[in-house]
Design a protein around this ligand. Structure first.
Ligand code: AHR
Length: 673
């Protein structure tokens, strides 16, 4: 972080009556002081607890190779190239009559017939395996000795790049002693940090052994779960305090064809028997081509629901409407008389999440997996980026059947892949006619679009179907990375969402995660490699809004108008809320201009009582370089900084706070009531 600049900005933000002359970028002589008035007596809308959330899709190796902490790639030998991810030595043979019906392949390791010709396997992980120093790793394998007797497997954590005499830095031996399939386990400790390690399995002796579902997890996962999540990445989600958690996509919900759509029923039950699915992000972009990208479903719907519960977010699953990705597939859709199994997927999911285990087999499976209590599912989205007449036609029977059986579930439809235009204009009235509770809007748009959309929701109908801004991010023109400038414009835009909280009930940035060596799409909220992660500037904007959501919107005006970057407003955007739970007033002001701007915040109304003194605490997020970004080597270069509380005193005309907004800054003011 450029601390000098931030300190300067905070000094300006908190000093009161300071002038622009002391800023890093001097304001023009003409910079007139703006005054914003907050009416603390009038509440114009409730802010839903779901307002700011997260959207997770397995893109950019977000699940396998990312949040899902499994370190072994192709652990069940089910990739179309059975040895993809593996180096094999000696006598190794793939067989297909394994113990797991939906993952039938496994390998047989046989003696090579030569003392110094070893038989074994080496897994390369996802862009290598990251081993942390002093960390423990749990190795498990399903194995048997097909011809009886006793076999020995050496399990090694390796660093192929080392100059040490031995590449293995941790080793253990497992005795495989049963002709029946059994799971064997060992914990190995790493005494060093290795960013691109491997896992080796070597047959010792001459007794052949069959191995299946070879797995390695850090012992220290998020909340210590087996089959768990990478701790730093799950923590980054928890630290966002998301109100809603949309999953599992995105385009992967639709599939390139219906056979490869995300099927939640394949993603629950024992992990060994969850069938592999392709990941469309392995081939969608030829310039970012990852032929080893598949979905193991190890991170499946049970894990998604559990994670949502643990991070305090409402789960929001998205399910197929029987239409394959319309960008990629014009004809491969389910006909109307083929739709019932897709509708059943929705109905059964509601039972899986909320049902009584004694009454329903899907609810019983949830209980068997460890969660007898319901997950409390309230929302289901049907279809992702669908469009045209075929979409409402397909959606109708879903809505009819879910409404009939589960009237309390809120249903979310789509407005298509574009932020406006023909498809969008057609779908919104259709969604209203069908009675969708919310409509999902997506916008990956450039700087100018975000700056022009401060008023986007001001004239939306206030009644009926609400908005879910389900995927959005500012994509800089020619600057497609997570630099501060785009985060700033997202913040500006978000003040408009907040002002219109009676229309917009949820918003989720997209995409969420990206592996630094394996991304297909950027910008993204959180980046990681095998051992480290960092939070982008956009992440901190999301966090500022989510942690200061408030419970009700208060009117905030400048010269009698809302502050949304309109002509004459010098690039200012603002919103204000009151938080009844924390008993706070919160004001957010975004200065998108490159100049410092003097500002007075005036508080009218009853929330601040004359004669009392209050404290106002400023938080400023700004940078020395709008192109600047956080990185793995410098993960906290740019973070919001909270200053000391200042006294806010009132006089007969009410309470006022004078400050100077730093150029290109997101400013948050909290007043404890
Ligand atoms: O977020 C990446 C993709 O963008 C999503 O899968 C899709 O819904 C949108 O087109």
């Amino acid at each position: 972080m450029n601390r000098i600049f931030i300190l300067l900005a905070l000094t300006l933000a908190g000093s009161g009556r300071t002038t622009a002359q002391t800023t890093a970028r001097p304001a023009p002589q003409s910079a007139a002081a703006h005054e914003m008035t907050i009416n603390t007596s009038k509440r114009t809308a409730s802010v839903q607890p779901t307002m700011y959330g997260i959207f997770f899709e397995d893109i950019n190796y977000a699940a396998d190779g990312g949040l899902y902490a499994e370190l072994v790639k192709n652990r069940s030998f089910e990739f179309p190239d059975r040895y993809m991810g593996w180096n094999i030595f000696g006598k190794v043979e793939v067989r297909d009559d394994g113990p797991f019906e939906r993952n039938p392949h496994y390998v047989r390791l046989g003696a090579s017939g030569h003392n110094y010709k070893y038989t074994g396997l080496e897994n390369e992980g996802y862009f290598g395996i990251g081993y942390a120093a002093d960390a423990e790793y749990r190795f498990t394998v399903w194995a048997r000795v097909p011809e009886g007797g006793e076999a020995t497997l050496a399990v090694m954590l390796c660093d192929p790049s080392t100059q040490d005499e031995r590449q293995q830095f941790a080793e253990t031996r497992l005795k495989i002693d049963s002709p029946e399939w059994k799971q064997y386990e060992a914990v190995l400790k790493s005494d060093r940090e290795v960013s691109h390690g491997t896992l080796r399995l070597m047959l010792r002796g001459t007794t052949p052994v069959d191995v299946e579902h070879v797995s390695l997890f850090p012992v220290d996962t998020w909340r210590g779960h087996r089959n768990g999540m990478r701790k730093d990445l799950a923590q980054a989600l928890a630290d966002l305090h998301p109100g809603v958690f949309r999953f599992p996509g995105g385009c992967i919900v639709e599939g390139t064809d219906l056979a490869t759509r995300y099927q939640w029923k394949n993603s629950v039950g024992p992990v060994e028997n969850r069938p592999l699915n392709e990941n469309r992000w392995h081939y969608t972009f030829t310039h970012r081509f990852f032929p080893d990208y598949f979905q193991s479903y190890g991170l499946g719907f049970y894990e998604y629901f559990l994670l949502a519960e643990e991070i305090g977010a409402e789960p929001l699953p998205v399910l197929s409407v029987g239409l394959a990705c319309q960008f990629q597939n014009k004809t491969g859709h389910a006909s109307m008389d083929e739709l019932q199994p897709y509708i059943d997927d929705v109905l059964d999911l509601i039972e899986f999440a909320n049902g009584d285990p004694a009454q329903n087999k899907w609810a019983a499976l949830r209980a068997e997996m460890g969660h007898p209590e319901p997950f409390g599912l309230k929302f289901v989205a049907i279809g992702n980026e669908q469009w045209g007449e075929i979409y409402p036609e397909h959606l109708r029977p879903f809505i009819e059947q879910v409404r009939a059986k589960y009237p309390q579930i809120k249903l979310i439809g789509s407005s298509g892949p574009e932020s406006e235009g023909e498809k969008f204009d057609y779908l919104w009235p259709e969604m209203r006619k069908l009675g969708a509770d919310l409509v999902d809007e997506h916008f990956y748009r450039p700087e100018a679009w975000f700056l022009s959309q401060g008023n986007r929701y001001d004239n939306y109908p206030r009644k009926g179907t609400k908005v879910f801004a389900g995927e959005y991010a500012c994509h800089g023109r020619g600057k497609k990375w997570n630099h501060f400038e785009t985060a700033l414009y997202e913040a500006a835009f978000m003040t408009g969402l907040e002002r219109n909280a009676d229309v917009v009930e949820m918003a989720t940035y997209a995409p969420l995660f990206a592996h630094i060596d394996g991304w297909q799409w950027r910008p993204d909220l959180i980046w990681f490699d095998n051992l480290r992660s960092f939070r982008s500037c956009s992440y901190y904007v999301q966090q500022l809004f989510a942690c200061n959501r408030g419970t009700h919107v208060l009117p905030l005006t400048m010269d009698g108008r809302v502050v949304s970057g309109q002509a004459g407003q010098d690039g200012l955007f603002a919103s204000s809320v009151i938080d009844d739970e924390r008993n706070e007033l919160i004001v957010k002001v975004v200065n998108t201009s490159r100049e410092a701007q003097p500002l007075t915040l005036r508080f009218d109304g009853k929330a601040l009582r004359k004669g009392n003194t209050y404290k106002i605490t400023p938080t400023v997020f700004t940078v020395d370089d709008p192109d600047g970004e956080n990185t793995l080597d410098n993960p906290e270069r740019y973070v919001p900084v909270t200053g000391a509380p200042q006294l806010l005193t009132g006089d007969r005309s009410g309470f006022a706070f004078e400050t100077t907004l730093a150029p290109m800054s997101v400013n948050l003011y909290r007043i404890a009531l």
